[in-house]
Design a protein around this ligand. Structure first.
Ligand code: DMJ
Length: 541
């Protein structure tokens, strides 16, 4: 009886206590309740962040050779190199002052700038893209500022739809290069976090990724303008280098498997005239329009076949074969000599060759030179020569303008050679490809004309693109007083200034036997995996 009574009293007391608590809660204002909910939510987010920032398993760092100095002995060359470093400082300082944390800078309006490739959030694209250039130029205070911003502010849990390709080459590539150069863990951790956010883009019926993915929801889709819902060759075909490094650094084969799946699928497909079309439908696995380009929409796919082989310490023969087959077909169908003797690479459109070459295509001169060693039938001399001819043509496209800066696209039709015809192809947006080719040609030949051409471009950029708030693109390279586009592209700091700096440095700075540059000029070390296997995947190699 007593026990029953005691229990009943306890239940009554508990009940009253609960009622009291509920009343207390109800007394709280809506704002107070919301604040409590927010605090709880924040706790969960913090927990998650802690989990995500857990250190990754240690892996042996590849042999890192030549990450400092490259100081030339010749005072004239040193002076030129110093000038390029000063230009980098001007670009960075102005971004630091007027665009900090934004993706890019508007150097005339002196405020932040962004485009849809970066989604709608401020991800500091210029900071991430510029880090390794700052590092090799010895701008260490600036590098540290960038690192601090990344550590504190770079957050990928945002409701933002980004380009998988652009984020891969600029952010993952930039972070990985910064990690290898500096050894700072934060860059590796951020790269891996971001890669995890890109993985849902591969959830398509074929495993060919969507062009865009929402970092928060993981929902992907393709660009509205791309041939009947297709994915783009140069986008899904430019992930290999970064993804192999991610698997190497994490021991998780998931990244490697994604890109190898793409490769296997491409290998199985028929290629019209041996050429890869620029468009592939990720739902059906069928090609879209039969357009082939070594410029926009195709370019870096070919580049990454070659670089996959180089990065594997020349053991990935499958990639080398795909590269050799592809450039043989390109040479046969797309490369011609103009009446005036200029070698150019045209665009293939449904069985017809358009005699037009893009500024983007000019990177191919460097690619041919880089791939010369190890080419089929010992055609090394031939490919080095082809690289030199493309470099010459692209230099002509600069030299035939008023500003001595190259247009976005130029024709080889009738009497017109290496000159832009349409008004909307006359712009120069601080692109690197021509300078990139000068640098590779310089490394392989040491012909002084490449330094001379690089210096001409440096002076033209400084004269016509420099403004007090940074560097801007120009709308017409044939006009003596062109309008500015008011954008300082992040690739100007990542690529254009880096290639120029390397052109005036000694070859022992980032030697090509040890480093492979991704398509955004971020150097990644060659993985000497001869005696090892990629964790979890004995099939590698
Ligand atoms: C860069 O983002 C990369 O080089 C890419 O492969 C092509 N275009 C720009 C620079 O022009």
């Amino acid at each position: 009886r007593e026990e029953e009574e005691r229990l009943r009293n306890k239940i009554r007391a508990d009940h009253e206590k609960a009622l009291e608590e509920a009343k207390e809660k109800l007394k709280k204002s809506r704002d107070e309740i919301q604040a409590e909910i927010q605090t709880e939510k924040n706790k969960v987010v913090q927990e998650l962040k802690k989990k995500e920032s857990k250190p990754l398993p240690p892996v042996p760092l590849p042999n890192l050779i030549g990450i400092n100095s490259g100081e030339p002995a010749d005072p004239d060359v040193r002076e030129k190199r110093d000038k390029i470093k000063e230009m980098m400082k001007h670009a960075w300082d102005n971004y630091r002052q007027y665009g900090w944390g934004h993706n890019e800078l508007k150097p005339i309006a002196r405020k932040g700038h962004s485009t849809n490739i970066f989604g709608n959030s401020q991800m500091g694209a210029t900071i991430v893209d510029a880090l390794d250039t700052l590092y090799i130029m010895g701008l260490h205070d600036e590098f540290r500022e960038g690192q601090e911003w990344i550590d504190k502010n770079l957050d990928f849990s945002v409701n933002s739809e980004v380009s998988v390709f652009e984020v891969n080459i600029r952010f993952i590539g930039g972070l990985l290069a910064a990690y290898y150069l500096s050894g700072q863990e934060v860059f590796k951790i951020k790269a891996v976090q971001l890669a995890g956010k890109l993985l849902p883009a591969f959830n398509t019926p074929t495993g060919i990724p969507w062009a865009m993915v929402n970092l928060k929801s993981g929902v992907g889709r393709n660009w509205g303008w791309a041939s009947a819902g297709s994915s783009i060759l140069a986008e899904f075909g430019t992930l290999h280098m970064e993804f192999v490094h991610l698997s190497y650094l994490t021991g998780d084969p998931v990244y490697y498997n994604k890109v190898m799946h793409i490769r296997k699928l491409l290998q199985k497909m028929d290629r019209p005239n041996g050429l890869y079309p620029n468009y592939l439908n990720p739902r059906t696995g069928r090609w879209g329009q039969h357009h082939t380009s070594v410029g926009g929409l195709g370019d870096s796919f070919y580049e990454y076949l070659l670089k996959a082989w180089l990065m594997s310490d020349k053991t990935d023969m499958e990639a080398r074969k795909m590269y050799d087959d592809a450039i043989e077909a390109i040479e046969k169908h797309l490369i011609r000599k103009s009446n005036g003797g200029l070698t150019f690479i045209g665009e293939w459109k449904n069985g017809h060759l358009e005699r037009k070459m893009g500024h983007l295509t000019c990177f191919a001169g460097g690619m041919f030179a880089l791939g010369a060693d190890g080419s089929r039938d010992d055609k090394a001399g031939h490919y080095l020569q082809l690289g030199a001819e493309i470099a010459h043509t692209c230099h002509e496209s600069y030299d035939r303008t008023t500003l001595k800066l190259g247009p976005e696209a130029f024709k080889f039709d009738g009497g017109v050679e290496a000159v832009a015809v349409r008004q909307n192809e006359k712009y120069y947006i601080l692109r690197p490809e021509v300078i990139e080719t000068y640098w590779y040609m310089w490394r392989f030949t040491h012909d002084p004309k490449y330094r001379q051409w690089g210096w001409e471009a440096t002076q033209a950029i400084d004269k016509y693109c420099r403004v007090s708030g940074g560097f801007s693109g120009v709308k017409d390279v044939y006009s003596s007083s062109p309008a500015y586009d008011d954008v300082q592209q992040s690739f100007f700091l990542a690529e254009t200034l880096k290639y120029l700096y390397l052109l005036f440095s000694n070859d022992d700075l980032l030697p090509l036997d040890n480093w492979v540059f991704n398509t955004e000029a971020h150097p990644l070390p060659v993985l000497h995996l001869a005696n090892t296997t990629l964790s979890g995947n004995p099939a590698y190699r």
